[in-house]
Write a new protein. Structure first.
Length: 186
C-alpha cells in the first residue's frame, strides 16, 4: 500500500495539481473522499466526493469506515474511506488523496512508512483570498472561515515531506513531479 497525500489550504490549487498528476501517471488512482457538505458547482457524487448527509457520515464513522475523518467546519465532515484504499491497492496502484491539512497529517502519522505527503501552498494569503473569491462558489462567511483556517494550516507546512509553492502553475507542477517521482519509483 502506497499513499500519496496532497494537502493545502482551500484555494491553493491542489485539486488542479492532483488532476494533472493523475493524467500523467497511470499508476495513480484517486481516493474519493466522503463529505457531509453539499456539492459545489459541477461536482459529481462518487467522482469528486461521496456526498453523505451528516447522519450518514456519522453512521459510517461509527462503523469504522474511515482511515481518518475530521469535522473541518461546524457540522461539515470530511473523511478518507478504507474501502477506497482497499480498491486502489487491489488494482496495484498508489492511492492519491486530495485532502485538508489535518487529514493529511493524520494519514502521514498513521501510515508513516507508506505515505509521501506534499503541502501545496499559495504564495501568500492575499493571493489565496483572490483565488477563493475567483471561484465564485462560497459565501463571504465561508471565505472568511477558509482564510482564518489557512493561516493556521500554513504554520504546519514543515510537518510534510515537501512544500510546493503554487505561484506559477507550470513551475509548481514541475516541482511536484520532481518531488513525487522518487516515491512512485521506490
Amino acid at each position: 500500500m502506497k499513499l500519496l497525500v496532497l494537502s493545502a489550504p482551500s484555494g491553493s490549487g491542489k485539486t488542479t495539481l492532483v488532476k494533472r498528476l493523475m493524467a500523467e501517471f497511470p499508476q495513480l488512482a484517486f481516493s474519493v473522499s466522503a463529505t457531509s457538505r453539499a456539492p459545489r458547482g459541477k461536482e459529481i457524487h462518487g467522482q469528486d466526493y461521496y456526498f453523505l448527509t451528516q447522519a450518514q457520515f456519522e453512521a459510517q464513522r461509527e462503523a469504522g469506515a474511515f482511515l481518518e475523518w475530521e469535522e473541518v467546519y461546524a457540522g461539515t465532515y470530511y473523511g478518507s474511506l478504507k474501502s477506497e484504499v482497499a480498491r486502489i491497492d487491489a488494482e496495484g496502484k498508489t492511492a492519491v488523496f486530495d485532502i485538508d491539512v489535518a487529514g493529511g497529517l493524520r494519514l502521514k502519522k498513521k501510515f508513516a512508512n507508506e505515505t509521501f505527503a506534499v503541502f501545496i501552498q499559495a504564495p501568500n494569503l492575499t493571493i489565496l483570498e483572490q483565488r477563493l473569491r475567483g471561484r465564485g462558489t462560497d459565501a463571504e462567511d465561508k471565505i472568511q472561515m477558509r482564510l482564518a483556517k489557512a493561516e493556521h494550516e500554513m504554520g504546519t507546512a514543515d510537518r510534510f515531506d515537501v512544500i510546493v509553492v503554487n505561484d506559477d502553475l507550470e513551475q509548481a507542477y514541475a516541482d511536484l513531479k520532481a518531488a513525487v517521482l522518487p516515491f512512485l519509483q521506490a
